[in-house]
Ligand binder design. Sequence first.
Ligand code: NOJ
Length: 742
Amino acid sequence: MFKFKSLFLLLIIATLCFQCKSPNSSVETKIDKLISEMTIEEKIGQMNQLTGLGLNDDMKAQIKNGTVGSILNEVDVNIVNELQRIAVEESRLGIPLIFGRDVIHGYKTIFPIPLGQAASWNPKVAEIGARIAAQEASSVGIRWTFAPMVDVTRDPRWGRIAESCGEDPYLTSIMGAAMVKGFQGDKMSDASSIAACAKHFAGYGAAEAGKDYNTTWIPEMLLRDVFLPPFKAAVDAGAASFMCSFNDINGVPSSANKHLNVDILRNEWKYDGLLVSDWGSIEQIEDHGAAENLKEAAEKAITAGVDMDMMGFAYNYHLKELVNSGKVSEDLVDNAVRNILRIKFRLGLFENPYTKVQKDAFYKPEALEAAKNAAIESAVLLKNNSLLPIDKKFKTIAVVGPLADAALEQFGTWSFDAEPAHAITPLAAIKQMYGKEYKIIAEPGLVFSRDSNATGITKAVAAARKADVVLVFAGEEAILSGEAHCRADISLPGLQNQLIAELKKTGKPIVLVVMAGRPLTIEKQISESDAVLYAFHGGTMAGPALADLIFGKAVPSGKLPVTFPRMVGQIPVYYAHKNTGRPGTNFVTIDKIPIGVFQTSLGNTSFHLDAGDKPMYPFGFGLSYTTFSYSKVKLSAKKMDAKAKITAECTITNTGKMEAKEIVQLYVRDVAASLARPIRELKGFEKITLKAGESKTVKFEIAADQIGFWNLENKYITEPGEFRVWISKDSQSGEPVSFRLE
Ligand code: NOJ
């Protein structure tokens, strides 16, 4: 009887295992079969990604010959279907094409830029945004997006900070994974799902001087502690593809970096997705000075595990020769093709290669509603001298500033497919929603953010004089951030500072709303304003979202995903810095130094004479229209062993008069270790909603493997000793409690 039962059990387990394994193994069998039928030209063809040129004869011929595997930037569904027909029906093996596009924060319905979404600290915002982007983009045949960008960056000069989730590996990991989930949906083979692409692998955000494509120097432990975790999180979330970065790390361009792409991505992380180069990045190995010619670049890239060449032609021109001469083994090529075919199978392209032409796929009411909610949750209230929300006592409102009515600019970077006619600007929303209650006087003052013509300022000042309150919409045009749009001076461009200074002289209360792709150095403009709302580039529905926030239909709940410097010279400035041997205390600022004084030590601590040692606003900072109090943090134990977990809890009370959301943050510090550790590291967060007067206890579990680090021997370790824990409203406040790891 017992024997029979065990046998029966074994049979069930075997069947279950077979069922789990069979879909994958059957795909792998199909892939192997296809590869065995492919010529070397067809294999290399799969590794070739070209930009769309419409129904161009040359392109048609290439597809027919099987010498192109993927096309990017073709968004006409009829052309997509026709090119796909040629691939499926006219090429020898009928392998479908995969169409890609940079669908970064929306396709038609534009959500806030990723940096803005990160300010929501709400993974649902990111997931829903990506899902809607996938639904809209897939309706025209795009089944692969080059997002999320999970590059950690600590440099607001870098234009691509707009496309990032900011400075922190943990926040970036959570938001990036949520985007992967949103793009790929529950099932990647569903026609409305698109493959995600974790980019740029790796270290791109560490570009020297915040200048795009620039060199990076990243020691291995920093790479693994800070830059790699969001990529690992993307692997764990099932990201179907990865993209190489443009930069070199310590002299090795990423498209030639075997350590990153093979040792770490494939061997350590067991990643079986597709690795695509960035645009021309294989060819650029030569420009970096790391290959003598395109042929050597191709050899380096294939050896470093780059599967697909995006617009570099290196594989196209040289791979066959490299294989024939024995310099590159055909197995390497087969592996790359395997990764490419796998994503095509996963997307269901072999079964359903064509896109059903749909009507009304864009701007669905639920998409617009989600975009508005995302823009609400992305705005961060930096200052409020009781001016917001706007009081009913005010009768006349002046709406000023170059971004009050600039539909294109509120989309931010990466909005190729956005349509300004569908965007609602703050001015349009305010007029439409509040035009009956208040008299609205609109006077931009400046036509665009870089405007250096002062004539409009006089008119804006005159409008302000007639008003009870002034709303100033300032910031950066979309074109001032994003790829290759870096700035060395990150103050408000054009004459916006002058505009704000002139408005201040009127004595009227000023609300400054900043719409920008990065943190800006606006200390003086903040001091001249009574309230400041930092809205990033909020997308299609930025206007209604900001109107709701300004007039109190919604309460700000965003917190900064990146430190805001006071001055450019402080950069890099980030919360998770080391303590140094002489942390900044007792410092003397430049104006306090007596004239003619002899050489003195000025406190002998770490600070800038002109900026002190603190940023303008710390990571995690953000106000609300209500206030929250935090109780003392309670730990479940004072000691923990490496296998156990400890719980930290804190009770948060809404001490104000409105229901609102609060982002509760968990930070940990390893007080003494074999390598100096950051003064705090984010290890958890929760966004909670509290009614006026309501309290909630938030609990976080801390496990030993969350609080370790990579050591000089390239091992992830957790060392015994004291750890400090904060549960706080930002990265600078709160009282720590301690436990010991034994
Ligand atoms: C270059 C960018 O670095 C990358 O992020 C983008 O996906 C590709 N171009 C394709 O447009």
